[in-house]
Design a protein around this ligand. Sequence first.
Ligand SMILES: NC(=O)c1ccc[n+]([C@@H]2O[C@H](COP(=O)([O-])OP(=O)(O)OC[C@H]3O[C@@H](n4cnc5c(N)ncnc54)[C@H](OP(=O)(O)O)[C@@H]3O)[C@@H](O)[C@H]2O)c1
Length: 308
Amino acid sequence: MSLKANLITLSNGHKIPALGLGTWQGTDDPGAVEKAVKLAIDFGYRHFDCASVYGNENEIGKAIKQKIEEGVVKREDIYIVTKLWNDEHDPKAVIPACKRSLKKLGLNYLDLYLVHWPFSYPDEVDFVETWRAMEECVKLGLTHSIGVSNFNIEQLTRLLDSASIKPVMNQIEAHINLNQKELRDFCHSKGIAVTAYSPFGAPGRDSVFQPPGPEVNLDSPVIAEIAKKYKKSNSQVALRYLIDVGTIPIPKSSSKKHLESNIDVFDFKLTEEEISAIEKLERGFRTCPATQFNNLKEYPFQEPRKKK
Ligand SMILES: NC(=O)c1ccc[n+]([C@@H]2O[C@H](COP(=O)([O-])OP(=O)(O)OC[C@H]3O[C@@H](n4cnc5c(N)ncnc54)[C@H](OP(=O)(O)O)[C@@H]3O)[C@@H](O)[C@H]2O)c1
């Protein structure tokens, strides 16, 4: 049994592990994320998804430092992603924000820096302008790669038209009830890799982000039947589905049992028929619609976009 994720080569030649650990804890439990990252490293996780807005980059940094000091990993063995928040889109704010994240994480370079959302506030800065400063972050050696998150096809097209350093990644919500086929096919056709966030639909998250209605249905008979065949859990099938359609899931967990089982998905593979059956579970369910921002010009989840 191999618990280590395979590597995926990005358009710029850098390699990213095919599964990572989400670190949005949605809780103020002090030390929870530090403990989760240390356990995760021991279980073979090498890819960590962070964000300045999660408020825990310093804890993640502590965990990584300890594991490097213990000789369990070297800096070059791990892949660290973090994100620029929505109030830091002014081109003058980007490099300082990136440096702040580096300092909190205790690192001298990031593997991937993402623009967290296409919109910004209080000023609505055009993301094309923000991107110029993201490109500077690469030129200064602050990050190996840059990418985006929550961008739709129209926004990606406009970005690709003007970027001199192409985004290597679009991180989007994706799971069995929001398969994102059109967007992921578009990204792949442009050489943009896709990270699947909230791969379980963030069950039980009590937050203003959570829409009313039923959660992602991991207990679907379609999933249960496939799980039985491979002697895996329903959650493992939900993750393997995301891997087999070429996306990179980043499940969050702070439970030892879940951390161990979530990365134990590299010893089986779904058939085309099983993937098609899972794609029929699509129901357009978004756990992170961020509707509080739907008055902003670049709110990404309406086609055509709602203009101000
Ligand atoms: N770019 C963006 O805008 C954006 C938005 C949302 C999320 N993200 C990223 O994506 C990551 C993952 O998404 P998420 O945290 O929203 O939700 P998620 O990973 O879909 O779900 C996390 C929840 O599932 C539980 N869980 C984990 N493994 C499980 C298993 N094997 N069986 C049953 N339950 C399990 C966790 O509980 P335990 O801790 O008890 O295991 C936790 O409550 C985030 O942490 C963040 O890094 C990015």
